[in-house]
Design a protein around this ligand. Sequence first.
Ligand code: SAH
Length: 217
Amino acid sequence: MRRYEDTYKQKGLRKQLVDNIRQKGITDENVLAAIGNIPRHYFLDTAFESIAYDDRAFPIGEGQTISQPYTVAYQTQLLEVKPYEKVLEIGTGSAYQACVLAELKANVFTIERQRRLFDQVKTLPFKSQYPNIRFFYGDGYEGLATYAPFDKVLVTAAAPQIPEKLVQQLKIGGKMVIPVGGQDVQRMLRITKVSDTETEQELFDNFSFVPMLAGRK
Ligand code: SAH
């Protein structure tokens, strides 16, 4: 069985990573602290342990990736999470982003469409540390009607357009952060639900995510 250890070296590298993303423009101290608290190397294959604190994406199996720390921080900062808010995340992947939200004391509901990734997350050592995360196997396009409405929705895969059901499942005043666009590049959007029928949109930087695909696998 794999041994999970957080050494001084890894703690040091993690500090440097936090400085690095601060320099790239992340200003929310709570988000930076969350990144600083979570041993990212636990979420990666041991082959990547020595480079886990580089600011880059890594493969996590099934053709998927754990997002770059800067991207995780960027989306989390835009989401403006407050303690005890209900946050729906689409695309659990490695569960790293879900743990960042959990560090911010959100009540996290996270959905993954790939069975193997969903199962893999169950073996993570820190799962018991975050009782405020609930894991679901399903299609993120459907959201989680049973648990709606949500204060916030965070989509961590590239959506061709804004999924209507996810807007429906937002509270009035709630916000969704989502990369929208084609295969190669997407624009980060923040959508605020201002009434049952109206939303406001803000545009941010371009990113490149793996695609948000329909159905379970
Ligand atoms: N948040 C993740 C990033 C994972 S990459 C992390 O921190 O590691 C995007 C993930 O979204 C992949 O695991 C992919 O399988 C998943 N995904 C893609 N389309 C989806 C959908 N419709 N519903 C749920 N998950 C989806």
